[in-house]
Design a protein around this ligand. Structure first.
Ligand code: ZN
Length: 463
């Protein structure tokens, strides 16, 4: 009994439109309203069709802007690449120079050591001579030499020889010291050359890392431009596609409205039927009660026959088909079986992303977000395998778009009535798409090329 009352309250709360719909078949005034409504929608759509060409132009302009930006970034990247490789060549050169300079420095070091050793040896020799000169008390040794002379001329020769020996020793030492000085000088020069080479190398390496990071930035920018280009492509339909879509949308929209009105009428009819049955049951029960009372007053024995009507409660709207278990209870259910929001709705890179991207890997089913009628189900060069659905919910028209589905996965055709949560395909990567994802659009009202009716599904459609 409680259940039945709740249902009736629900039905009456379903808005006035259901009552209106119930009387639709018999009320010419309503039919007129409906016709006006549809005509208005039709002329709206015709106006939008007139806009199509200019909107397509806008998109083309956007694309050519992106293309020229891509070209300039590409030029910049090439310039950076050239700078980087020439810097690299210079770095290699400097490294080679540094290593040969180091070798030279080492070579000089060795020579200096040799000369130093020779000087020391000679000094040692001279010292020894001086020592022996002192030990023998002055010129003794030389005197021995001199005294041993056979003649005066021999004496002269011997004096000369002694002097020459002494002089020769001294000049050799002088020469060697000059050599050593020269070597030390060139070593100092080489060391300062080495220092400046190392400074240059450090500068070059700083330059290169700057160029590298600049190039990295440009590469990132290029990747973003490419992504943007894909999205502009993804949002552009050819003129023929556009025209066909608008035409089919008109038909699907009318059918969706009709189906919703029929559904509401059916609900109202069932409610009326239930009400009629309830009244009949009540009347019957009242009659039975009266009869029972009459019987009990006359017989006053058994009183078990009364009050047995409440058991046969509502089976009227029980047959409403409930789709699969994961379907949300609101007006909309989630369109993708799995995935995360990889890109939201909004302006980016000078273009408008009119939908949301839901990315996932593997086989991910795509569902109709609400009851509706398929506008078009086809393969678009931009949207890839795509389904457009028209919905009519609480007197408001909505349009949903499901793009980039897997080849051969579409399960519905243009004109099909679909129910909320019904599988319509599989997530894919067709059309202008980089990586498997669902591009999902929600429009409050009909779809148009400018996507002026696109709204953010976040918070409305479970994602
Ligand atoms: Zn997208």
């Amino acid at each position: 009994m409680k259940k039945k009352v709740a249902k009736l309250t629900l039905v009456s709360a379903l808005s006035i439109s259901s009552i209106v719909a119930y009387t639709a078949t018999t009320s010419p005034a309503y039919a007129q309203t409906s016709l006006n409504e549809l005509n208005e929608e039709k002329s709206n759509i015709e106006n939008k069709q007139n806009d199509v060409k200019s909107k397509l132009n806008d998109s083309s302009n956007k694309l050519s802007d992106i293309h020229s930006e891509q070209e300039s970034v590409e030029t910049e990247i090439q310039r950076l690449n050239t700078s980087i490789s020439s810097t690299q060549v210079k770095i290699t050169e400097k490294k080679e120079q540094i290593s040969t300079t180091k070798e030279e420095v080492e070579k000089l070091e060795k020579q200096i050591k040799e000369v130093t050793a020779r000087i020391e040896k000679r000094n040692e020799l001279l010292k020894e001579r001086a020592r022996s000169y002192q030990q023998t008390g002055g010129m003794v040794n030389y005197l021995d030499v001199l005294m041993g002379s056979q003649s005066f001329s021999d004496f002269i020769d011997r004096v000369g020889a002694v002097a020459t020996i002494v002089e020769a020793d001294q000049s050799i030492i002088k020469e060697q010291e000059a050599d050593k000085k020269l070597l030390e000088q060139s070593q100092a020069e080489l060391k300062s050359k080495l220092n400046s080479l190392e400074t240059m190398l450090a500068d070059l390496e700083t330059l290169k890392s700057k160029l590298d990071s600049e190039k990295k930035e440009k590469d990132t920018l290029m990747a973003q431009l490419n992504e943007e280009e894909n999205h502009v492509h993804a949002e552009m339909l050819s003129l023929e596609e556009e025209e066909q879509l608008l035409k089919d949308q008109q038909v699907a929209m009318e059918k969706a409205i009709q189906l919703e009105k029929e559904r509401q009428a059916e609900l109202a009819r069932k409610a009326a039927e239930a009400e009629k049955q309830r009244k009949e049951a009540e009347a019957k029960a009242a009659a039975e009660r009266a009869a029972a009372q009459k019987a009990s007053s006359s017989k006053s024995s058994s009183s078990n026959t009364a009050t047995s009507t409440s058991s046969s409660s509502g089976n009227s709207s029980q047959s409403e088909s409930k789709p699969s278990t994961s379907v949300s209870s609101g007006n909309f259910t989630r369109p993708a079986g799995a995935g995360y929001l990889s890109s939201g709705l909004g302006h980016r890179w000078g273009t408008f992303h009119a939908g949301v991207d839901i990315a996932a890997t593997g086989t991910v089913p795509i569902y109709a977000a609400a009851d509706g009628v398929v506008i078009r189900s086809y393969n678009s060069s931009s949207y890839g395998q795509v389904v457009f659905i028209s919905h009519y919910i609480d007197g408001q028209q909505y349009t949903t778009v499901y793009a980039h589905m897997r080849d051969g996965s579409r399960l519905v055709n243009s004109g099909d009535a679909v129910s909320k949560g019904q599988r319509i395909g599989t997530m894919g990567n067709t059309g202008d798409s980089t990586g498997q994802h669902l591009h999902f659009e929600l429009h409050k009202g009909p779809w148009n090329q400018a996507k002026s009716n696109a709204i953010n599904p976040v918070g409305i459609v479970p994602l």
